[in-house]
Every structure is written in C-alpha cells, then in structure tokens.
Design a protein around this ligand. Structure first.
Ligand SMILES: NC(=O)N[C@@H](O)C(=O)O
Ligand code: NI
Length: 162
C-alpha cells in the first residue's frame, strides 16, 4: 500500500504530469474592446491517433470520502485530459509520470484549492475524478477517436489530507 498525504497543488510540482490551469497565475490580454481578459492557451491539448478530435464534456461527480483508497491509476495514451471545476470545487489529484509501469516512488498526491484545474498530458497516470465535499461539475476536455485510450495499472494507494 502506498500511503500519501495530499500536498497543495502547484504548477511547478505538476510539470512532470501536465499543466495547472489558474487565471490567478496565467498571463492574459484584453479583447472585446477591453471588456474581456483572454487567458490564452493555458494547457496543451493533445489528440493523437486515427480520427482523433477534441471532446468538450461536463462531468458531474459525487464526492469521495477520505481517506481515499485507490486500487488503480489510469492513463490516456492517445490524448490529454483537462478538468476545470465550474463552481470552485476542490479535488484530489493522484499522478505518476508517463511510462509502461508505475514506480511507487514516483506517485504524487495533490489537493486543489477550488480555483485550479489540471490538464493531464497524454500518458500521465492518474486517479479518476475525485471531487471533495460536495457534488462537483467539471468542464472536461479530452480526446475522442479510434482505438483504446484508457489503460489501467493496478496499484493500492491511500490518500489523506494533512
Ligand atoms: N473515464 C473518464 O472519462 N474519466 C476518467 O478518465 C477520469 O480521469 O476521470
Ligand atoms: Ni482520465
């Protein structure tokens, strides 16, 4: 069993796994006659393989209970996957770097602060959506197309908050 205490998510710590989406730390520029600030190109959307295309989805998730007990991590080899909370929901992020196997030493657990979203790069191992405290609604951008785009790796992980 891998026991982890989730740390506050930071863009720096998440670099091996993908992007953190956060208007508070991203550059922007004015559009629409100055009425709108465009926070532009915040995460790398990857859609690989045959007939690949981007999907825009909304996930409505029931909250997880803590400690969070995981029996596997998953990856999407043919595309990225982004989760952006629509109502400042906090969620748990458990990740491991891309690769054919998962080394326990490389697994990381984070907790978001409600204003952050994440974009898992293609192949990043991650826990399925794990919202805290209340039902959550997330805008999810990921990959559609031919072929398998979801692999699971059995690993037992227990995540708590500090
Ligand atoms: N299966 C699915 O669409 N969602 C998962 O990939 C997830 O990361 O929650
Ligand atoms: Ni996923």
């Amino acid at each position: 069993m891998i026991n982890l205490i989730a740390k506050p998510l930071t863009a720096e710590a998440f670099v091996p796994f993908g992007d953190v989406i956060d208007v508070r730390t991203s550059a922007s520029f004015p559009i629409n006659a100055g009425r709108t600030q465009r926070h532009h190109d915040l995460a790398k959307v990857e859609t690989l393989g045959d007939n690949a295309h981007a999907l825009i989805n909304i996930f409505v998730s029931q909250p997880v209970t803590l400690p969070l007990e995981l029996t596997f991590l998953e990856r999407h080899p043919q595309g990225s996957q982004a989760f952006m909370p629509l109502h400042q929901e906090r969620f748990i992020v458990v990740v491991a770097p891309p690769g054919d196997t998962i080394d326990a030493e490389d697994v990381r657990a984070f907790v978001t602060d409600g204003r952050q979203g994440v974009n898992y790069r293609a192949g990043t191992w991650h826990a399925i959506q794990s919202v805290l405290e209340r039902e959550g609604e997330f805008l999810v951008v990921d990959r559609g197309g031919d072929g398998n785009n979801c692999d699971e790796f059995p690993v037992e992980i227990c995540v708590t908050l500090a």
